[in-house]
Write a protein that binds this ligand. Structure first.
Ligand SMILES: [Zn+2]
Length: 162
């Protein structure tokens, strides 16, 4: 198979209804290397959650060229990469944590490498679409933002004729 056909088959399998959100996450974990470190620095994250007036600092060294990092637990809690999202989700986390994990689990679990996955822009959009479909609209905001990003990429590409 030539590579564009391979790519098409890959995206098609990812989109398929036979593949659940978590199965898609696992396929992406197999496709790319594991994310090495938590998304944010723990102390900084906890200070933001506490309400300190500090800037939320993302760990830049985690990034891989051209790839995004998706928060897998966005199927439960929205916008885990934004300051307002993190602050708003703290209460929801406390109410759901026993059912989802155990009472000992800290909110920072949403940011640890096990709960992160690399993906390209299309894969990221597909993950958010699946999450929204399977989990009651959870992740829909991300889906709409990524859809807009994809649209922009297409129009830029057409203008530059790439
Ligand atoms: Zn995401």
């Amino acid at each position: 198979m030539i590579s564009s056909e391979k790519n098409f088959a890959w995206y098609k399998s990812l989109i398929s209804k036979n593949m659940s959100y978590m199965e898609a996450v696992h396929s992406l974990k197999k496709r790319y290397s594991a994310v090495g470190k938590p998304y944010f620095y723990k102390e900084n994250f906890e200070n933001v959650v506490k309400g300190d007036d500090v800037k939320l600092r993302k760990r830049r060294k985690n990034s891989k060229k051209g790839l995004y990092i998706h928060h897998i637990l966005e199927k439960e809690f929205s916008n885990l990469s934004s300051k307002s999202g993190i602050k708003n989700n703290k209460i929801v986390f406390e109410s759901k944590k026993e059912e989802l994990f155990s009472n000992q689990v800290e909110y920072f679990v949403t940011q640890i490498p096990d709960n992160l996955v690399f993906c390209d822009v299309l894969e990221h959009m597909i993950l958010h679409a699946k999450s929204s479909y399977e989990f009651n609209g959870q992740g829909k905001e991300g889906y709409l933002a990524l859809r807009g990003k994809c649209k922009k990429m297409v129009s830029n590409c057409t203008r530059r004729s790439c």
